[in-house]
Design a protein around this ligand. Structure first.
Ligand code: NDP
Length: 285
């Protein structure tokens, strides 16, 4: 058996077409959706993510602002900049690229972003709204995963869903979204006793760990949907996911590749959240 691929690039392209139309409708009303991205420090992967986000905005006809600070920047400098962006009506979305250098209290920085411009959905107020089932912004990576599942009509009601990873940016919001769709959700982590016991009974398996190819075919239920959020460098130096694609695709029913899976969807949903923020601002909300 060989799994069908859920192609994140193709799905992204079709969603971005719809977003471009919404962006054009806003432009016709004199509003250009604008995302401000703040990067502090010299983390190479973060610099690439920021570049990709800015490039995606420009391609979608949106405006972007990129503020880059040295690794030893004072937190007050960044907080003052966030305050200015909060007050600027031409800016609709603000994103601080994580991780931040060690002198920062990351939670305090995220709390400084105005909740209505928090397009990553990491502000405590927005996390709370998601938890209550009334999200203002859905965090981009889990949002992208939900779109991928929806695009293939994957049944979630009553399904056994297993998420590996419990981070605030992927695992936990993912669990909330799947729970809201009436899936039975299990969240595994580094202290889970028998990981394979859980993964093997998953109708839908979401891997968000950050360990190259750790989920192998023998850990997957035949016919399962496998979503690979991980972005890692394998020993061969190539980009790979948390799932061992070669063995997993022989067992799974549907599977996302890395690269070309969840990654492009994350950026697409960031654009979606920014356009949503601009539309709300244009409506005076
Ligand atoms: P974190 O490091 O914050 O979280 C990793 C999670 O995996 C933790 O909950 C950890 O458990 C768990 N874990 C670690 N080792 C094991 C193990 N052996 N068995 C079971 N669980 C384990 O990572 P993120 O959530 O930020 O990211 C996860 C991956 O997704 C990374 O590869 C990252 O690069 C990628 N990513 C991809 C995105 C995309 O757009 N495709 C966007 C965001 C992230 P514990 O809590 O106990 O430590």
């Amino acid at each position: 058996m060989s799994a069908q691929i859920i192609d994140g690039n193709a799905l992204s392209a079709s969603i971005r077409e719809q977003l471009a139309q919404r962006s054009a409708a806003l432009a016709a009303r004199g509003v250009t959706p604008c995302l401000a991205v703040i990067l502090a420090g010299e983390d190479a992967a973060s610099a690439v993510y920021v570049r990709n986000k800015v490039a995606a905005c420009e391609k979608a006809g949106m405006r972007s602002i990129r503020d880059v600070y040295a690794a030893d920047v004072k937190p007050e400098t960044v907080l003052a900049r966030i305050e200015a962006l909060n007050a600027d009506p031409a800016v609709h979305g603000i994103l601080v690229q994580l991780p931040l250098p060690k002198q920062f209290d990351a939670a305090a920085v995220l709390e400084a972003i105005a909740p209505e411009k928090d397009v990553d959905g990491f502000h405590a107020e927005n996390v709370g709204a998601l938890m209550q089932g009334t999200p203002r912004f859905i965090p981009c990576t889990p949002y992208g995963v939900m779109k991928m599942l929806e695009s293939r009509g994957v049944k979630l009601k009553g399904a056994e869903v297993v998420i590996v990873g419990r981070s605030n940016i992927v695992g936990k919001p993912m669990a909330m979204l799947l729970l809201a769709q009436s899936a039975t959700v299990t969240v595994c982590h580094s202290q889970t006793r028998d990981l394979a016991f859980h993964t093997r009974r998953a109708d839908v398996l979401v891997a968000a760990v950050g360990r190259a190819r750790m989920i192998t075919g023998d850990m997957i239920k035949p016919g399962a949907t496998v979503i690979d959020v991980g972005i890692n460098r394998g020993e061969d130096g190539k980009l790979c996911g948390d799932v061992d694609f070669a063995s997993a695709k022989e067992v799974a029913g549907l599977i996302t590749p890395v690269p070309g899976g969840v990654g492009p969807m994350t950026i697409t949903m960031l654009l979606a959240n920014t356009i949503e923020a601009a539309e709300r601002a244009a409506r005076g909300e």
